[in-house]
Design a protein around this ligand. Structure first.
Ligand SMILES: [Zn+2]
Length: 598
């Protein structure tokens, strides 16, 4: 394994590489800390190298010991470097000849960027506290001293202690299926990058969905979650038909409290998911197709640095829509693809040129800055363009081979391009000449020949939106209630950017938009309400911003709010109430929009 320069890590895997981690952690809710130790098994790639360098952020390190073969532990004189605002601090532990283990005793701090501690009032049950982690991109180092670069893959095991009435789960085997008792053991035998290390603890129940799938959630939402996600097994079977066997044994979903800042996080064996997709009608379950797809693109074949993030997300977005097509039909998949291209064009309108490049340069920046819609949708369109050019049969065979060739490896964009040239482009030079690789990978914007997905169902909705806007259609002639979520979103997006309050009221009265419990629809409506100055939606906006911490929703709403002086005042007032309930990652985002409260 060649060492790769990763500008977001201090680690030295070219010399000494972590191969296995054994965690022993106690979850202390009152103090909001994890306390314990990690025992790392090392691969001495260069036996003459005299240290292992780990990543940390804001950890209190109590001591380090080293050993050869796990006996005769000796205290080591470790050195914690100066902390950088983005990277944290390197932890260097000297090694003697033959040392292949290092044990670090440490504890986290209450503000750890990768952990969120919820008060009972912030949970659905309101009786017990809740903890969950979010390690991607470089937050694992805020709760474990580790080589926090995705080029390093490790297996892990863990012993976790919690208060006896709570349950702990991890991205590993051994999750307790609802059993309690306060002591839990986990093992992850497949090699994963550090950003897939994950933990949660709280009042967590379990419901089985199939032999190998199930849902973890707070008891009051566990049954509803299992119903919403009951197609998960069918999705797995579809993905296996396309891309080969599922290699992680179980696939479970943990439904988190609403402050989770993302839609989902593809922690292996245990996807973490936002409850905002519980629409009651499975209309938002493409999120599960997405997280499941990461079991191939991302978790099995992993971006080696954050510059290659599009290899994770572009492939996954493409596969997500293939799974949706298999399970819910071509029309559903087309609708997702059309809305995806709309999202991409909007994002390109907002981003600066360098951020529109798939192979983005993130030197000196937080890798979370690269997590825009661009790597998802542009990457997906690129793969779709290859599918259209070479035909589905050949492209599917190529992708399946790609997952086999790179299984359990972390790769660079260059590795993918070499593989693509060898295994797809070389077989058909005529077609290969029509692939503008450089424009896709290294240039901003979209190549001229980028696919334009179409959906007759969404086209029909767009015409209805036009008719209503032009006064040619009455609201009661519009079958809004019968439409899918995707059609409803299309309808709202195709209305004029701003409408007079009376016209907003007409739509609201007809379709109950302010009261919608479908979060995608509610979000689209609240954004429109802000642009149009539609006051009756403002109380709902405040409730939405205080109760939900998903960044995809709250970021655009705050950005829209702060455009006017009254809006800015309102944003500050709402944010003051909402901020204590947001995740550190969401707080960081909204602080930059609204300003830190005094
Ligand atoms: Zn993803």
């Amino acid at each position: 394994m060649r060492p790769i320069r990763d500008v977001h890590s201090y680690a030295n895997p070219g010399e000494t590489r972590v191969a296995h981690a054994a965690l022993d952690l106690e979850v202390l809710f009152r103090e909001r800390i994890l306390r314990g130790s990690v025992d790392l098994s090392l691969d001495r790639v260069d036996p003459s190298a005299a240290a292992v360098v780990l990543d940390t952020r804001g950890l209190d390190v109590h001591g380090a010991e080293t050993s050869a073969g796990g006996s005769g532990w000796t205290a080591a004189r470790f050195e914690l470097g100066t902390a950088d605002a983005i990277l944290g601090a390197g932890l260097t532990v000297p090694l003697r000849r033959g040392d292949d283990r290092v044990r670090i005793a440490y504890q986290t701090r209450p503000g750890a960027s990768g952990l969120q501690w919820l008060e009972p009032a912030q949970t659905a049950g309101r009786r017990h506290p809740f903890l969950f982690s979010q390690s991607q991109a470089i937050h694992a180092r805020s709760w474990i001293p580790i080589q926090d670069t995705p080029q390093v893959r490790l297996t892990y095991e863990a012993r976790v202690r919690t208060p006896p009435e709570l349950t702990a789960v991890m991205s590993a085997g051994g999750n307790p299926e609802g059993r309690r008792g306060g002591e839990y053991r986990f093992a992850m035998p497949q090699r994963i990058p550090a950003y897939l290390l994950a933990i949660a603890a709280g009042d967590i129940g379990f419901a089985s969905m199939s032999r190998r799938t199930g849902v973890y959630a707070e008891p009051s939402v566990v049954e509803a979650s299992a119903r919403e996600f009951e197609d998960t097994e069918r999705m797995m079977e579809a993905a296996e038909r396309l891309y080969g066997p599922y290699r992680w044994e179980r696939y479970d979903i943990l439904v988190l409290p609403p402050s989770f800042p993302f839609g989902g996080m593809e922690n292996p064996r245990l996807t973490f998911a936002t409850p905002t997709v519980l629409a009651g009608d499975k209309s938002l379950v493409s999120l599960i197709a997405h997280e499941l797809a990461h079991s191939w693109s991302g978790n099995l074949v992993t971006n080696a640095t954050w510059r290659d993030f599009w290899l994770n997300e572009g492939f996954t977005t493409y596969i997500e829509r293939r799974i949706v097509e298999e399970v819910y039909g071509a029309d559903a998949a087309s609708m997702e693809a059309v809305l995806g291209r709309q999202d991409l064009e909007e994002e390109i309108g907002r981003l600066d040129d360098p951020d529109e490049i798939l192979h983005i340069d993130l030197t000196g920046r937080d890798p979370d800055d690269g997590a825009t819609r661009l790597p998802y949708e542009k990457g997906s369109l690129f793969l779709r363009s290859l599918e259209e050019l070479f035909g589905r049969e050949r492209f599917d065979a190529y992708l399946r081979g790609y997952f086999d060739r790179f299984a359990f490896r972390s790769i660079l964009t260059e590795d993918f391009l070499d593989d693509l040239r060898t295994h797809l482009l070389a077989s058909d030079e005529g077609r290969a000449r029509r692939v503008p690789l450089d424009a896709w990978i290294e240039a901003p914007g979209l190549p001229e020949e980028a696919p334009r997905p179409s959906s007759p169902a969404l086209d029909a909705v767009a015409r209805i939106a036009e008719d209503w806007s032009a006064g040619r259609a009455a609201p009661d002639s519009i079958p809004f209630g019968k439409w899918s979520t995707q059609q409803r979103i299309q309808f709202l997006r195709r209305l004029p950017t701003t409408l007079p309050p009376a016209r907003m009221a007409e739509l609201d009265a007809a379709f109950g938009l302010t009261g919608s419990r479908n979060n995608e629809v509610a979000f689209q409506w609240l954004l429109m309400s802000l642009r149009s100055g539609y006051a009756p939606a403002l109380p709902r906006l405040e409730e939405f911003l205080v109760s939900i911490g998903r960044r995809k929703y709250i970021k655009p709403l705050y950005e829209e709010l702060v455009r006017t002086p009254e809006g800015l005042a309102r944003a500050r007032a709402v944010y003051a109430r909402a901020r204590p309930g947001y995740h550190p990652i969401a707080v960081d985002t909204v602080d930059r929009i609204v300003g830190q409260p005094a």
